[in-house]
Write a protein that binds this ligand. Sequence first.
Ligand code: F6P
Length: 468
Amino acid sequence: MNTMPPTECKAWSQLATHAESWKSVHLRELFAHDVARSVQFVAQAPGVRLDYSRQRLGAMTLRLLCHLASERGLPEWREALLSGKKVNSTEDRAAWHSALRAGPEAPAEVKEALSRMKDLAGRLRQTRKYRTIVNLGTGGSDLGPRLVADALGDGTLEVRFAANVDPRDLERALEGADPAGTLFVVVSKTFTTQETMANAEAAKRWGGRKFMAVTSNVEAARKFGADEILPMWDWVGGRFSVWSAVGFAAMCAIGVQGFDELLSGAKDIDEHFREAPLEKNVPVLMALAGVWNANFLGAATHAVLPYSNALRLFPSYLQQLEMESNGKRVDREGRLVDYATAPVLWGMEGTVSQHSFHQLLHQGTQIVPVDFIDISSNELLTANARAQADALAFGTDDPALPAHKQYPGNRPSSILLLEGLSPRNLGRLIALYEHKVFVQGVLWNLNSFDQWGVELGKEMARKLLSGR
Ligand code: F6P
């Protein structure tokens, strides 16, 4: 497999030269001279259309970016990922989250765990013996189920989350709950994470009686006294684990059928990712546009703006997915990289964001590429998302306007258009970004599946606590 630095690829230097010629090109002129642009730079995945016509790129850019992907060996890496090879080299593990949504082709242990989850969640939703379900976890053991429950929860059960070691978080999650009617789901792959363990102990002190655990550390969960233990495997990374039993609270919130649909949506994207040619492959195109912006046009951050209140937590979910995966400074060979890796990802639900930071997006000194997510649920939202994308791209063209009223435009964005926010489409959306992250890791020659950068702070906090 190719582990050569991307900067030594032929396509990389061609892209660097090519980028020079883009400095004087404005999106306004591109659209004026090329009416086909808005159909040419569009790609379709199941349930999701990517319109990247407002990116500052052309057919040649795309060709070179696809060459770069081929030179970096993307097809081989993709096959390795999807077939469960050990792509996480520093931990000698696979990153086989696609197996969690493979349906009948999933490994037996996955099918068995899923059927136990369904049985438990189904009964909980039917009997409502425990009206409040509290998920105790952090990072990947919190953000995924929290996102899904917040986006699609149907209110059958009250599903709450506590992630912070600050006791106030658990206090809030327990407001109005009673110990007899509350089920705690302690989710921790390692079952050693300080925040989660502290919250689990605090839940016991509060009077919690019923505890489930989702973990790969069965011994620790037993010692803790969990009544029921669902598995987690070392070949699933925390931030890629919402499809596993880590998603149990989400299943309680959206129902067994909804969770099945979520998995099917992700599977649709796995198939698209595996089969679609690079130039029509939506997660690949998202990754390529990101690399073009970060490495050749100099964008240091990336904003994701879902025009959907249901998706308000999506930016914070993506922060872990993208920045914990590709926020790296050494490559797969341990060499220091001399090119930009993951940009800082940030965002907020639109239209609320418009009244907060869009000033900077339109007239600030930094260029911030944006992903607009439109779930076509409401014409006001769609019109606003589209208007923002157009204003960023085209700006104003009237020299008579005073300087403070001018919009320079030429600011890149993409629109991801979903046909509604069903569980299936949410599964598709999440899986698109998962594969985007993987593709960028391949292009940057990074291992996207470890996170050694979080260890030092944990160690230092432990030392401070033990007084050393
Ligand atoms: O500290 C970072 C991290 O390891 C994340 O990668 C992970 O999602 C989170 O902590 C929680 O870990 P665990 O599931 O082991 O509690």
